[in-house]
Design a protein around this ligand. Sequence first.
Ligand code: PYC
Length: 333
Amino acid sequence: MLKGTFFCVDAHTCGNPVRLVTSGHPDLKGRTMSEKRQDFLAQYDWIRKALMFEPRGHDMMSGAFLYPPCSDNADAAILFIETSGCLPMCGHGTIGTITAALESGLLTPKTPGQLTIDVPAGQIKVQYQQSGAKVDWVKIFNVPAYLAHKDVVLDIPGLGPLKIDVSYGGNYYAIVDPQANFPGLRHWSAGDILRWSPIVREIAHRELNCVHPDDPTVNGVSHVLWTGDTISEGSNGANAVFYGDKAIDRSPCGTGTSARLAQLYSRGELKVGDEYTHESIIGSQFVGRIEAATKVGEFDAIMPSIKGWARITGHNAITVDDDDPYAFGFQVV
Ligand code: PYC
């Protein structure tokens, strides 16, 4: 029996996929996107699995649904979906969603060039520049970011001690800078990152308490951010973010860049007003900026912004038929 046909605009943000689902939205219960996210996970997770996992998606697949706003002042709301679940916030996903939605006429801002968007992690502001049909860039004013744990040494079986920080930028990131047991991102293969990240994440998740002071449903180390030397002109730093079970972000990662800005701010290496061009494993770039200082609970925090670009790659009508043994997807982990 046909469970549904989902029309999608497929795009990528600086190399990482974004599948904007434009039909088949389930009617979600809840007043906020955080509550709606919980409802989606409880009742409709089959849609995420069908659209993100193989054979319709792949390890890196990530996407979004646009919803009507939850708050009076917002233009729209976003529910993020990806292989690992529904992220509270996704930077590359937002840049891709806004670009694809504006270029497809799916989003009409109250004020051209500006948007207010409800996301599960809170509310974000967006600026963008459009030339004719094309969106040139999107700048996200992300949720507050803060350094949650500093200089924690984890004992990684087979690798040895690894010093990490944990920083929040919409998700919690274990950040690993080059050191004795990690020579730096450019000296490791993608296979090395895929091999060690799940172990680092599991140990960090087990040993470190990370619960967002304003929303306890946002908790736990979910991503690992490895840093290293830059390869692109103008970059201030490079990173590779591991997420899901087997994914390395091809974009510089919006929430990861926000977390990195908060870490560098807390360590006194960046200050309010500083820009930081962050590159990805493939050398694509986001421009991060520390817009202001703020607080998250007891923690000193920053208001980060992230600027990047996205391109539409195609249009897709995806059918999910439970006559297909792989209707709800699979992963090879
Ligand atoms: O851009 O925030 C991001 C992100 C999270 C996971 C993959 N990309």
